[in-house]
Design a protein. Sequence first.
Length: 197
Amino acid sequence: MTEVRRILLIEGHPDTVSQHLNRALVDAYAEGAQSAGHAVRRLRVGALDFPVLRTAQAWHHEPVPPVLQPAQDDIAWAQHVVIFFPLWLGDMPALLKAFLEQVARPGFAVGPEGAKPFGHKPLSGRSARVVVTMGMPALAYRWFYRAHSVKSLERNILGFVGFAPVNETLIGMVDQLGEKGVAKWKARLRKLGREGA
């Protein structure tokens, strides 16, 4: 029997209007997780209006914008975080990166100013999954491009603040999936949701 978990789903697609594949995948994961009794919260980055971090002073000494305090609360609550986003120009959308920069502040996601960088990781004890959609074949992204942006997110952001393990689901050739391909991926995400993985 799967352990019941507290799961946060972060929809990193900036478009909150269109019914895109990322939204369908988030919905499928949520359906699976809830059907297995997991507690699920959802966060839609594109629906949040927040400033971009521009200075080290703001990073170290200014409070997180009030609109993002609930996001920090949700991350603190979660045992497992799943981040969904489309690959844009080889990386996560800029809005998602700006969101992560804002919420991963000293004292919350990293040690306070002056703390040892490889010391205590405030978000330890949580696991994560990264679900990325892309127009190119996933194998080409993984082997030719070395999945560089996903590896950077996993190692330099999630791993750095304590998430482990961090798993990934790469979905390629999204424009050619068709109804059967979309249904197949939604079924896979429902299964991951049921497993809390």
